[in-house]
Design a binder for this molecule. Structure first.
Ligand code: AMP
Ligand code: MG
Length: 349
């Protein structure tokens, strides 16, 4: 398949191009598009054949449901059984933005889109190109992240092209994703809301609006034997090709340990990378040092994480050692993705 690649400037949207992209979706095709979190791989959420094509293009297991993206809060009504009070409160506070809510679905949404579940995940992105595209596509765009299943989510068009060129109809290049981590997911189908995937909107922020919010136990605990409630969270995910290990402890001890490990790996002729904070970057002695940002700036760390993991693939890195980050606030999302990328392989010192 010939994949058309177009560029759209969020501040000066080319309506003719957006309408072309929208038509592709209405005709059952697939278009990758930028959002504020990561790039999405979009198809018509109400067309079961489109959803099947998304799974095929990504190589994604079909029990892993897709998020339905909308551009108008009122469009939520048609795809859920009931817009609950909690959903309204969250929408008012965080939409448009990086929050996905799970509600009981209406018959309009095919089971192919929801991975066979009777609930549907819904998000309204704030990215202007994403919103214009969703409108042009008819209002309901099912979209997982636009990567081959298992790889880190793409945060720039370069990596969407690397994974999806030849597999889908169009890629909209809208520059770098601002946030760089997938949306926060909250399940509103039970009595108590449950955080299923941490993201830029933190659990503390959700609690400010809803009061009590539970956290799915599997989010940070690698030893947890329970099944994650978001089916997608059970898969090895976000992973670079190289073997990633997180080293946790006091700063000086971490630097010392990583230096020992990188020297050892280089002696075995392995290509090594260190994911370092700005504060420590100069202290590493061996391997490719990739600075992820200041320890005090979680926004930058979130923004850089997937790019760094993808760069490790580009550079054929065999072994990666990463510092650990605080797991409060957005740090919870950062550590959740890093732990998954590492297959929960962590050294405590
Ligand atoms: P992605 O689109 O790649 O960001 O992945 C979407 C995530 O949302 C996956 O982890 C899914 O398992 C999760 N998800 C989507 N719909 C539902 C749902 N109805 N119930 C629980 N989790 C969901
Ligand atoms: Mg994904």
């Amino acid at each position: 398949m010939d994949t058309k690649i177009i560029k759209i400037d969020e501040e000066n949207i080319d309506e003719a191009l957006i309408s072309q992209a929208g038509k592709i979706i209405k005709n059952g095709g697939l278009v990758a598009f930028p959002t504020e979190t990561v790039y999405g791989l979009g198809g018509d959420a109400l067309n079961r054949e489109s959803s099947k094509k998304i799974y095929a293009a990504k190589g994604r297991p079909s029990d892993n449901p897709l998020i339905v993206h909308i551009a108008d809060i009122r469009d939520m009504d048609a795809i859920v059984l009931k817009v609950t009070e909690n959903a309204l409160k969250l929408a008012e506070r965080f939409w448009p933005g990086p929050l996905t809510m799970i509600l009981k679905k209406s018959d309009w949404v095919p089971l192919e889109t929801t991975g066979g579940l009777d609930s549907v995940a819904i998000r309204m992105p704030v990215h202007k190109t994403a919103a214009a595209f969703i409108k042009a596509a008819g209002g309901y765009v099912a979209a997982p992240s636009a990567n081959i299943s298992g790889k880190p989510s793409p945060t720039s068009a370069k990596y969407v092209i690397q994974d999806m060129d030849g597999r889908i109809d169009m890629i909209i290049d809208g520059g770098d994703s601002g946030i760089g981590l997938e949306s926060t997911i909250v399940d509103l189908t039970g009595d108590i809301p449950v955080l299923l995937r941490p993201g830029y909107i933190t659990v503390e922020q959700l609690r400010e609006v809803l009061g009590n919010v539970d956290v799915d136990k599997t989010i940070l605990d690698g030893d947890c034997k329970e099944r994650p409630k978001a089916p997608g969270m059970k898969y090895r995910h976000y992973a670079p090709k190289g073997e990633l290990t997180i080293v946790e402890g006091q700063a000086l001890a971490v630097v010392e340990k990583i230096n020992e490990l990188t020297h050892e790996a280089e002696r075995k002729n392995k290509k090594v990378c260190v994911i370092a904070t700005d504060e420590n970057a100069d202290s590493y002695e061996a391997g490719v040092i990739k600075s992820i940002g200041s320890r005090n700036d979680e926004d930058i760390i979130a923004h850089r994480l997937y790019t760094i993991l993808r760069e490790c693939d580009d550079e054929n890195i065999d072994v990666i050692y990463s510092e650990s980050f605080d797991s409060a606030g957005i740090g919870q999302a950062i550590m959740n993705r890093l732990l998954k990328a590492a297959g929960h392989h962590m050294i405590h010192i």
